[in-house]
Design a protein around this ligand. Structure first.
Ligand SMILES: [Zn+2]
Length: 74
């Protein structure tokens, strides 16, 4: 079965990778790699100040996009 994250799951409240939870638990300065089969999100990163970024795969490169924790709540 394919694994979907909370940002792209086609099913209501059903997903294998909870990006909000991952972002919440991450310590500052740490990142976690994820492998979602539904979208191009490949990592969640929290910087030293607690700002959260999603690492998206674009043209074979990971690009960081700043997001707010509230935006990740599904
Ligand atoms: Zn996804």
């Amino acid at each position: 079965m394919a694994e979907f994250c909370s940002q792209c799951s086609p099913f209501d409240n059903e997903y294998d990778i909870d990006i909000f939870k991952i972002a919440l638990k991450l310590k500052n300065g740490h990142s976690k790699n994820i492998l979602c089969e539904g979208c191009n999100i490949r990592a969640v990163y929290k910087d030293e100040e607690g700002l959260i970024y999603l690492g998206k795969l674009e043209n074979k490169e990971i690009k960081l996009y700043s997001v707010k924790l509230e935006e990740l709540i599904k």
